[in-house]
Design a protein around this ligand. Structure first.
Ligand SMILES: Nc1ncnc2c1ncn2[C@@H]1O[C@H](COP(=O)(O)OP(=O)(O)O)[C@@H](O)[C@H]1O
Ligand SMILES: O=P(O)(O)OC[C@H]1O[C@](O)(COP(=O)(O)O)[C@@H](O)[C@@H]1O
Length: 319
């Protein structure tokens, strides 16, 4: 069979490891891997080629995605989706693996309802916000990048009697913020899912300041758009000289962690195994409670990812 792989939407560390395993594993199984370059844009433009070993040599440890990715305005238009399907047909592609986030899976849901595409998704986003999976490819590396930055910020904050407000990524989801706040001992964490209880946080911090606290670390998820507001509050009402750091796209890059590489392999092998057995799959490989599974894409896109209540409860006992 001829299977193809592509990246779509926000890139995440571990994509290259997944692409490499996809190619190597298919050759081991005597099948033919193809690469689609430039994500959905490339699919529309027919940028599809048979993979050779040299295309994936030396990429495993690299961040980003050598076959690149894109966000595509054209894919919202039926005519371009039709063109994309015709390109798959022209190249004799029997199955498609998409490394993508929730947006890409919505795209694949629409696409696979319109055209008979044999498709498997691998959840790939540092936001870790895809329904049905506890883990998305890339989030472990992003958390390590944030941890490293916060450890460094802590050093300077505690030396200078200052407060730092650090904005982490997460368009609609506070996963990166919550896990990073717990791991760095932050005093404040503001996420899109929960209204920030400022009076309670203020009373607690004032008690701690009276008791000798000489720095504050606040983590704010970008999706809240409250970074400046929190900084002004700390400066004016809590009396700390305050600096803001927006970590931005450094969270998306870097060599994938060992865990992300391992999971890239696990996801890729399962995606290939499933496609080789299917005529018309439209599923996503997920990792739930320590087990891999395949979920219908319909289920994945029609439900919203919820943060683990255990992690949310931790927000009430930050100190
Ligand atoms: N409802 C939809 N119909 C068609 N294409 C869509 C739809 N939703 C998303 N897409 C496509 O998927 C791409 C990736 O989605 P996006 O949300 O940007 O990234 P991610 O997959 O990382 O969440 C979009 O740029 C668009 O081309
Ligand atoms: O790089 P862009 O296009 O500005 O996108 C930024 C967004 O992409 C992300 O890094 C990852 O989100 P997705 O993987 O869902 O695309 C978000 O955290 C962030 O809001």
């Amino acid at each position: 069979m001829a299977l193809a792989i592509m990246g779509s939407g926000g890139d995440a560390p571990g994509m290259n490891a997944a692409v490499k395993k996809f190619v190597d594993y298919l050759y081991d199984r005597g099948e033919t891997p193809h690469l689609i370059y430039d994500g959905l844009e490339g699919l529309i433009d027919g940028k599809i080629k048979k993979a050779e070993h040299k295309d994936v040599a030396g990429i495993l440890h690299r961040g980003g995605c050598v076959i690149r990715s894109s966000r595509s305005k054209r894919f919202y238009d039926y005519e371009y989706r039709k063109q994309a399907y015709e390109n798959l047909q022209k190249n004799g592609i029997d199955g498609l693996v998409v490394l993508g986030g929730d947006g890409s899976f919505r795209a694949m849901d629409v696409f696979s309802k319109e055209f008979p595409v044999n498709f498997v998704g691998i959840p790939t986003t540092i936001d870790n916000d895809i329904y049905g999976t506890d883990y998305c490819l890339g989030v472990d590396t992003a958390l390590n990048t944030i941890r490293d930055a916060l450890d460094k910020i802590y050093d300077t904050a505690s030396t200078f009697n200052r407060a730092f407000v650090v904005e982490v990524m997460g368009r609609e989801c506070g996963y990166l913020a919550v896990i990073s706040a717990m791991g760095s001992g932050a005093e404040v964490c503001v996420i899109p899912e929960v209204a920030f209880n400022r009076p309670v946080a203020e009373a607690r911090l004032k008690r701690e300041i009276a008791n000798g606290r000489n720095y504050i670390l606040a983590i704010v998820a970008e999706g809240t758009k409250k970074t400046q507001e929190i900084a002004e509050w700390i400066e004016k009402d809590l009396g700390f000289e305050t600096r803001v750091t927006v970590l931005g796209h450094i969270q998306r890059g870097g060599a994938p962690s060992s865990y992300d590489r391992l999971m890239a392999f696990e996801f890729a092998v399962r995606a290939v195994d499933h496609l080789l057995e299917s005529q018309r799959s439209n599923k996503v490989v997920v990792y739930q409670n320590g087990h891999f599974d395949l979920l219908e894409i319909d289920t994945v896109v029609s439900n919203k990812y919820q943060l683990n209540p255990r992690h949310l409860a931790m927000l009430n006992i930050l100190d």
